[in-house]
Design a binder for this molecule. Sequence first.
Ligand SMILES: C[S@@+](CC[C@H](N)C(=O)[O-])C[C@H]1O[C@@H](n2cnc3c(N)ncnc32)[C@H](O)[C@@H]1O
Length: 275
Amino acid sequence: MLGRLGFESAALDAKLLTGHALGLGALELATRENELVDSEAATRVAGLLQRRMTGESVARIIGEREFYGLAFTLNAATLEPRPETELLVDLALGALPAGGQMLDLGTGTGCIPIAVLANQPDAHAVAVDLSALALEAARKNADRHGLSGRIAFLQGSWFGPLFTSPEGRGEEGRFDLIVSNPPYITTAVVETLAPEVKDFDPRLALDGGPDGLAPYRVIAAESANWLKPGGWVLVEIGHDQGAAVSALFLEAGFEDVAVHRDLNGLDRVVGAHHI
Ligand SMILES: C[S@@+](CC[C@H](N)C(=O)[O-])C[C@H]1O[C@@H](n2cnc3c(N)ncnc32)[C@H](O)[C@@H]1O
């Protein structure tokens, strides 16, 4: 069925969803494939396959996605962490000094600071998102990976909650690194995306305003206030935004502004140095 609808990974999708509905891993599924299932279980499997046929991704149906070798719980307000974003984590690990403090703006599942802190034992993070529901998933994920003690989660818009919540401490100039994978798709293009993205990914996580640059304007304008001298900003970008986002950081007085490419050779991250 899924194959006829044109899902390239139909056989794998069906196996993963069947295993999930029956509570069986890949090995058990393979070794018990001749066993009969009762009608209740068959209905559960059919229900999940039906959801996949409407375009919902396997990760969303299962409620979990792997990123940087770690499992992340998803919910309706979170974007699925994407493999391209692993480049941002690699660069962040290079930019954050031992015992450093990082800020993640638009944290979603918390995948970026969680992946960084899991690999940098003395570092701490503050993670902000406008969505309270996304922060629920992020807190769960931090807990799941034993990092709750090293990440503070704040609700609000970009730098706003740093001033107003007690954990924000309002103390400017204290981060070694600011990272963000903000919404960067133009409002007009969001409408044209594949159903798997447009109908299931939260709009708040995708829509970067009329020219897709609205969040970068805020981040470029305000980051210097929150960084220590010598600190870095690293932002994920759309493949055609390298020049425009670099220009915003240069205008804001940053140095060593550079565009980094992902494994597909596409512009993916802009880095900027606060001297
Ligand atoms: C592209 S998603 C990235 C999520 C996650 N960091 C990742 O890489 O998978 C952007 C995130 O920014 C959040 N967001 C959107 N507008 C925001 C705002 N004004 N202030 C803070 N977060 C915002 C969304 O809720 C969403 O979680």
